[in-house]
Write a protein that binds this ligand. Structure first.
Ligand code: DC
Length: 231
């Protein structure tokens, strides 16, 4: 998916809580790129399954995915499912519980990947998720893999929940993250892994601003393929 002229593709993968959504959004603003939250698309399809009472492995869900219309507005901040704003609904516990099961269905992945590649062909983009560097944009100009320790990721998630006045304990959040990691990294189709040519960024002890500055610096100085040392 090479694009003409000066268009740039930045692909970023990593586990839940590694900071990639926050970092990708800020890079998008800083460098004036389109932001693609690929997880939101799997979440929207999961919402569709819940609304239409279809199990993740029901073949009717695949037909529905082919027929539905998913669109981002407000530079990736708002997601529309068949013209309805579902940005909040895709973050509910019901969707959290089911999304990994929907995301492991190969025919669903195939449809979503095609859609992501179409969005990517429209202009310069930063896209984040689990298979952006390996499957969706294997020829991306820049590839990053963000990671952090499980405890650090659990602390971040707990802070998010507390900010929303949702009760939770660190132990429970950590257990949930371990379970998600296990599902994301061991599934048969497009498991989460760092691409061989991705720059590994460990965000455990780093401020978001420092990670953003590092990634922006690499991209602005075109150090992508040559720089594998990580940060
Ligand atoms: O990043 P997130 O938590 O919004 O992702 C939701 C789910 O979707 C998660 O279980 C992993 C899956 N996902 C995926 O399989 N491939 C992607 N490119 C992005 C997310």
């Amino acid at each position: 998916m090479k694009k003409p002229g000066s268009q740039v593709t930045i692909a970023m993968d990593g586990p839940a809580g590694s900071g990639k959504s926050t970092v990708a959004r800020r890079i998008a603003e800083k460098l004036g790129l389109l932001y693609l939250d690929s997880g939101a698309m799997y979440r929207a399809v999961t919402l569709l399954a819940i609304q239409e009472e279809l199990a993740a492995d029901n073949p009717k869900l695949i037909d529905r995915v082919k027929a539905c219309h998913i669109e981002f507005t407000d530079n990736g901040r708002t997601i529309l499912l068949d013209a309805e704003d579902v940005s909040k609904q895709i973050r509910t516990p019901a969707v959290n519980r089911l999304v990994a099961d929907v995301a492991k269905i190969p025919e669903i992945r195939r449809e979503i990947v095609k859609h992501q590649q179409r969005i990517g062909a429209e202009g310069s983009i930063i896209a984040e998720g689990r298979d952006l560097t390996t499957i969706v944009f294997p020829n991306a100009d820049f590839k990053f893999y963000l990671d952090a320790s499980v405890t650090e990721r659990a602390k971040r998630r707990l802070a998010d929940l507390q900010a929303q006045n949702i009760d939770a304990t660190l132990a429970a959040v950590e257990a949930e993250i371990r379970e998600r990691d296990e599902k994301d990294t061991t599934r048969e189709h497009s498991p989460l892994r760092a691409a061989d040519d991705a720059i590994i960024v460990d965000t455990t002890d780093k401020a978001i601003e420092d990670v953003v500055d590092f990634i922006a610096h690499v991209c602005e100085n075109k150090q992508g393929r040559e720089r594998r040392r990580g940060f």
